[in-house]
Ligand binder design. Structure first.
Ligand code: XMP
Length: 319
């Protein structure tokens, strides 16, 4: 009988058989899959698990703190948090091509993760949040490596010398099953039912060159949008919603003066498979409220637009 409880028991048994008394390292990203693996392994092997969380500086509002609160403080999981914001910003300086940004962010992420993982000299296993759709996708690909395909968060580039075996307890599960298991393991519902977030993070939601100033503005605007979606019970009715930072200045009037500030676009879509999507027909009053809040509360943004493009031809992300 498929119940989350039964599956969890089976997965725990099988992880224990696989790793014995060895140490396991897991890259936590804040996403659903790695979070569920973290919670599952913690229950299965407790202190034999060490998680590494890389803060790229391109994460959402307070995302790093939330990961630490949930895993380290609440559940007592050993998590090493690496503040790599400077390194990421430095590496991205002057780069405005989206694919190049992706490559740099993905490569650096693996470097930083590797550095930390290799310090854990007792680790024998690398755990990953590979799920069944990743496995299928990789079967049709040339590399045959699910962990490379999925996103850079599923690390595939560990040095040969580390010789870590792979622990992928979610390999046979679909996303909705992974979510049900996550809830059963006690992860917060908001974390388990979060919208997908791209591996390169805000790096591809800041158009063109990435700067800390832009990331900070975008985080604030995005947070207001998401907070209001949740408050108005619209979050679960959209498949993905976020703000995009446009590095152009547009005029606004404040008091007696004119100010030239940045623009954000709000994007919200409804989709089943993310291959095609329709823009979410959010209520005008809601959009009005969000726009006012962003312009009033985020100094540096003077204009908010709403993206009404379907996929295809427009992609969900702007880069
Ligand atoms: P697009 O923009 O291609 O997005 O319509 C479809 C889905 O994929 C996500 N996405 C990414 N995820 N690394 C990721 O891990 C990426 O580089 C990337 N680009 C897009 C996007 O957020 C949407 O859910």
């Amino acid at each position: 009988l498929w119940t989350p409880g039964n599956i969890i028991d089976e997965l725990i048994d099988s992880v224990r058989r696989q790793v014995g008394s060895d140490h396991v390292v897991l890259g936590l990203s804040g996403g659903v899959d790695s979070s569920v693996v973290g919670a599952l392994l913690h229950r299965a092997i407790g202190d034999q698990l060490t998680c590494v969380f890389v803060d790229t500086g391109l994460l959402r509002h307070q995302e790093g703190d939330q990961v630490m609160a949930t895993f380290a403080r609440h559940m007592g999981v050993r998590v090493i948090r690496i503040d790599a914001e400077q390194r990421f910003l430095e590496a991205l300086k002057g780069i405005d091509d989206p694919e190049q940004k992706r490559k740099i962010i993905g490569g650096l992420f693996i470097d930083v993760f590797d550095e930390e993982a290799s310090k854990l000299s007792n680790a024998r296993w690398l755990a990953q949040g590979t799920i069944y759709p990743d496995v299928i996708e990789s079967a049709g690909s040339k590399t045959g490596k699910a962990h490379v395909i999925k996103s850079h968060h599923n690390v595939g580039g560990l040095p040969e010398t580390m010789k870590l075996g792979l622990v992928e307890p979610l390999r046979e599960l679909f996303k909705d099953e992974v979510r049900r298991i996550g809830v059963e393991l006690g992860l917060p519902r908001e974390m388990v039912y979060r919208h997908p977030f791209p591996g390169p993070g805000l790096g591809v939601r800041i158009l063109g060159e990435v700067k800390k100033e832009y990331a900070d503005l975008l985080r604030k605007a995005d947070h207001i949008f998401i907070e209001e979606l949740r408050k108005h019970d619209l979050y679960d009715k959209t498949s993905q919603a976020f703000a995009v930072f446009l590095p152009v200045k547009s005029v606004g009037v404040m008091g007696d003066g004119r100010r030239y500030d940045y623009v954000v676009a709000l994007r919200a879509v409804e989709t089943i498979d993310f291959m095609t999507a329709r823009w979410a027909h959010l209520p005008y009053d809601f959009l009005d409220h969000v726009s006012r809040r962003i312009i009033n509360e985020v100094r540096g943004i003077s204009r908010v637009t709403y993206d009404i493009s379907g996929k295809p031809p427009a992609t969900i992300e702007w880069e």
